[in-house]
Design a protein. Structure first.
Length: 146
């Protein structure tokens, strides 16, 4: 893996510019207090949300790759995540539920289920990293396209 970098956006902010190992940029920061009077609004990704986004992305990559290898005709994949955090610092994720909506032609639901299981239990590095602290569950639906 290449180098990840972060640069603080400035003295009066809690915003940060991050760069992944391929040079892609993401703006992140802490959640500001609600200040409608001064027009403060959220302009970056909440860092803890990035972890859930990484879990979804990691698993999606695996599922697409596995289904392609199984010669399944996948036309769309959408993952939604419902994540719950502890109420006290460090606010670790206690459980994350991923729902996979998989669309394709003549998809075999058993192969979809197996691809998800392989991702979450064997291939996804993000899932492997948080599994000891966070309970990861899933559900899925297969949408057949004509």
């Amino acid at each position: 893996m290449g180098q990840i970098a972060l640069h603080w956006a400035g003295h009066d902010s809690t915003m940060f510019i991050t760069r992944d190992s391929f040079g892609h940029m993401v703006v992140a920061g802490s959640w500001p207090k609600n200040d409608e009077e001064n027009g403060v609004e959220w302009k970056g990704v909440k860092p803890s949300d990035m972890l859930v986004m990484a879990l979804c992305s990691c698993s999606a990559y695996d599922v697409v790759t596995i289904l392609r290898r199984q010669r399944q005709t996948l036309t769309d994949l959408c993952i939604t995540a419902e994540a719950h955090q502890a109420s006290e610092p460090p606010y670790q994720f206690t459980d994350i539920h991923l729902h996979y909506a998989v669309t394709g032609r003549d998809l075999d639901p058993a192969k979809v289920e197996r691809a998800i299981k392989l991702s979450e239990e064997k291939y996804c590095s993000v899932a492997a990293t948080i599994r000891g602290v966070t309970k990861i569950t899933n559900s899925f639906e297969v949408r057949q396209e004509q």
